[in-house]
Design a protein around this ligand. Structure first.
Ligand code: GUN
Length: 294
């Protein structure tokens, strides 16, 4: 088993981003600027947004976290988004998901100017991604591609099975792996809660991407000898063993699956760190105006 080491790869790419951000700042007199909107007090979301903001500072970006109480209305939120859309000092905008039930995430996603949509969730970016045109790619699948690229994992012609069809990970990941690009050119199967014989589907995969949000769902008996296993799961459980008061578990039973896999990502220290890198790269591109000119 070889480790797909998110700590190592993310640190290396962040050094490159830091250098590029410094060049951008020297040229323009301002830093790339990301705004993150957080609604309510979801523990996981607070941790993720804090990490995104901290990483922006680390690579020399400006970052702003706007927080709202859980009872903000959809209209108020959209008004703020439109204000940011028109603010030339802001390059990228993300609204952390999930949102409270009374707010429709699709309406929020579509309210964001696609040229500032560094999450890559806007239908314009999704459509362009499917067509293999320049666009913002959702951060987690982008991070996974960067990881596969770093380790020169062969994907062309391979059978990839994506477990989970979320808008954030599973669905875009399946499109990206099937595209005519590198990494890509896989034969992709997307599986979900209604898939029959899911174990057999996963067992046939050369590359498994697990993004279902269920602790240790993928067991050793579901994985082919020599498969590449990418674990997107970040399942939090309370724990007295850690300082933070919780422990993270992947969607993959790492201990057992790592005995069969040729390459595997750990949790933590795998895909989560690469997601941040994807977001930082998108924000830099938004500032430079290389995907959509300013
Ligand atoms: N919630 C979980 N992952 C993400 C993400 O990548 N972006 C946003 N905005 N919310 C999320």
């Amino acid at each position: 088993m070889n480790l797909l080491d998110g700590k190592l790869v993310s640190a290396k790419i962040k050094e490159d981003i830091k250098r590029d951000a410094a060049a951008f700042t020297a040229q323009t007199g301002r830093k790339p600027h990301l705004v993150a909107i957080l609604v309510g007090n979801d523990g996981g979301s607070e941790t993720y947004v804090a990490s995104k903001m901290r990483n922006c500072e680390l690579v020399g970006f400006e970052s702003t976290n706007i927080r709202y109480d859980v009872d903000i209305t959809q209209e108020q939120l959209i008004k703020k988004i439109e204000e940011i859309n028109h603010d030339p000092t802001i390059d990228g905008l993300i609204v952390q998901l999930p949102l409270p039930k009374h707010i429709d995430p699709d309406s929020i996603t579509e309210a964001i100017d696609y040229r500032k949509d560094v999450d890559g969730f806007h239908p314009v970016n999704l459509g362009r991604m499917q067509r293999n045109l320049p666009c913002f790619i959702p951060a987690t699948p982008y991070g996974i591609l960067l990881m596969l690229d770093h380790y020169r994992i062969e994907t062309a012609g391979k059978k990839a099975v994506v477990v989970g069809r979320s808008n954030i990970v599973g669905s875009p990941m399946s499109i990206l792996l099937a595209r005519n690009s590198n990494p890509g050119n896989c034969t992709v199967t997307i599986t979900h809660s209604r898939t029959e014989h899911i174990k057999e589907e996963i067992l046939a995969a050369d590359i498994v991407v697990a993004a279902i949000g269920r602790k240790n769902f993928i067991t050793a008996e579901m994985v082919k000898e020599g498969a590449v296993v990418i674990d997107v799961g970040i399942n939090r459980e309370n724990s007295t063993e850690t300082k933070s008061g919780f422990k993270l578990y992947g969607d993959v039973d790492f201990e057992e699956v790592s005995k069969k896999a040729s390459w595997i990502t750990p949790v933590p220290g795998g895909v989560g760190l690469m997601t941040i890198v994807g977001l930082l790269k998108n924000t830099l591109e938004a500032a430079r105006g290389t995907i959509y000119s300013k």
